[in-house]
Write a protein that binds this ligand. Structure first.
Ligand SMILES: CC(=O)SCCNC(=O)CCNC(=O)[C@H](O)C(C)(C)COP(=O)(O)OP(=O)(O)OC[C@H]1O[C@@H](n2cnc3c(N)ncnc32)[C@H](O)[C@@H]1OP(=O)(O)O
Length: 456
């Protein structure tokens, strides 16, 4: 006889169990509910409920299909990770075979507590072989977010090291749990590949006896990637600022240091592997600020602004003509890549912000023209360059930023454009395109406002 209702659900649940052999139905407990991860810097903080508890992306993803742990009643797991040595201890209420993402950095309690004295200088000793990065990009002197530099005699430093070198690889392996917990979709990089570098941002503080201590605030892994035919580009794999130190300008300093290396060592450009929205925003702010000080692009910005002032783009007949006059000329794109190491795609995003910053918000026609131009650009980005000549076609969109956003575009023989998709009607696709443009404008305004405030 078939089971119904609750009984049927219970049967399904039972099948999902990781461990079999329980007499009663075990509903399991979500990993997100029973696991807490604390970052601690001294023995006293281990076990204290007011210690710094992190908010991971999603713990459930590490525990099977449904993210639940079965076989334990009132399961509670507190994980204490030292931000001095990045080793960890798990306080688990039930005896079990908990095989955690913390791997080898998980120690017995006594051993863990000892690390606060035995490994107190672990970061300092590992960093001693590293190369401090001189960063010339930041306007440290007039930058409010750097105000804490020098407070209590502490200084920030970005240090580059090769991940292949032994103690660095070991430290990175201790940091991997944080990558898994805090970087969405983050996975460990291959420490055996000598092309991976890691940029650490550290805080140096002198104690009363004059000994300097070093705390790790964050890091970025960067791959030296071959670029055809004879150059190398830098690709940021993952960047993480430890939660207690986020929002204090350390992520910015890390990115600026990477750009600084790209400029001084003449890499082709800097790219990012699947950047999060917030990282894109941060990157756009940094790049736009750099571009605002870059003289060679100023005439091109002025002519784009002039073009928006003098035309009425919503009434134009030939829609494709606006693209060339709104966007930056090829030689400007080239010089930005050569001198600032900002690639074309990223420059185009910043370009919109640079133009927007030069518009008069009270000039409604000009603002409307801006919107039309951005819309044209978004459409242009999702068009296959060959499609105009070839008539109707379905085209997949290359997209660095969001792999879920894939459009296809059809062209009639007259070159008149319509957007479409493999399934879904044209109206839905038009709506999707409109949403994409609105989101783009929203992002531009947000970045422009931030940049405006930072420049004041
Ligand atoms: C490729 C990938 O790794 S994708 C995943 C990215 N990593 C993660 O998601 C992990 C969790 N998050 C983090 O580790 C961090 O939040 C990071 C790395 C994304 C950012 O680092 P943080 O140190 O928090 O950022 P930081 O403090 O430098 O910058 C944030 C603020 O400074 C602002 N800022 C940007 N440029 C400047 C500037 N030149 N001067 C002053 N402030 C600036 C930013 O706009 C932002 O302000 P807001 O949020 O108040 O609007």
């Amino acid at each position: 006889m078939a089971l119904k209702g609750k009984e049927a659900d219970a049967e399904t649940e039972t099948k999902k169990r990781k461990r079999a052999g329980f007499a009663r139905i075990d509903a399991g407990v979500e990993a997100n509910e029973c696991i807490k991860v604390y970052l601690v810097k001294s023995q006293d903080e281990v076990g204290a409920t007011n210690s710094f508890c992190i908010d991971p992306v999603d713990l459930n993803q590490f525990f099977g299909e449904d993210g639940k742990i079965y076989g334990y009643k009132n399961l509670k797991i507190d994980i204490w990770m030292s931000i001095k040595s990045f080793q960890a201890f798990a306080d688990i209420t039930y005896e079990n075979t908990f095989d955690s993402i913390f791997g080898e950095s998980l120690l017995e309690k006594e051993e863990f507590l000892q690390t606060f004295s035995t490994e107190i200088h672990c970061i300092r000793s590992i960093m001693s072989d590293g190369e401090p990065i001189r960063c010339d990009l930041s306007r440290e002197s007039d930058d409010a977010s750097n105000a804490h530099l020098g407070v209590n005699g502490s200084t920030m430093e970005v240090i580059r090291m090769n991940l292949h070198a032994m103690p660095v690889g070991l430290l990175y392996s201790r940091l991997v749990p944080l990558v898994l917990l805090l970087v969405e979709g983050g996975s460990p990089v291959d420490v055996t590949d000598p092309k991976w570098d890691v940029y650490f941002i550290v805080k140096k503080t002198n104690d009363l006896s004059g000994v300097h201590n070093m705390d790790l605030l964050g890091f970025a892994t960067v791959y030296r990637f071959y670029h055809y035919p004879d150059s190398t580009r830098l690709r940021v794999g993952q960047i993480l600022v430890l939660p207690p130190y986020q929002g204090q300008g350390h992520g910015r300093r890390l990115l600026e240091s990477i750009y600084s290396v790209a400029v001084s060592e003449n890499f082709y450009d800097v790219t990012f592997e699947e950047p999060s929205d917030y990282l894109q925003y941060l990157r756009a702010c940094i790049d736009t600020l750099r571009l605002l000080d870059f003289e060679p692009i100023k005439p091109a910005i002025n002519s784009a602004v002039q073009y928006l002032k003098e035309n009425n783009l919503s009434k134009r007949t030939n829609k494709s003509s606006s693209k060339s006059q709104f966007g930056p000329p090829q030689h400007v794109i080239a010089v930005v890549r050569q001198k600032l190491k900002i690639n074309k795609k990223q420059f185009m995003k910043c370009w919109d912000v640079l133009v927007y910053l030069n518009l008069d918000p009270k000039n409604s026609r000009c603002m409307e023209n801006f919107k039309v131009s951005v819309s044209d650009r978004v459409k242009g980005d999702i068009l296959d360059k060959d499609s105009e000549a070839n008539g109707k076609r379905l085209i997949e969109v290359p997209n660095d930023y969001d792999h879920d956003m894939t459009f296809v575009v059809m062209w009639s023989e007259a070159g008149e454009e319509t957007t479409g998709a493999l399934d879904g009607d044209q109206a839905a696709q038009e709506e999707q395109l409109k949403q994409l443009v609105d989101k783009q404008i929203e992002d531009i305004v947000k970045i422009a406002q931030k940049v405006y405030l930072l420049r004041k």
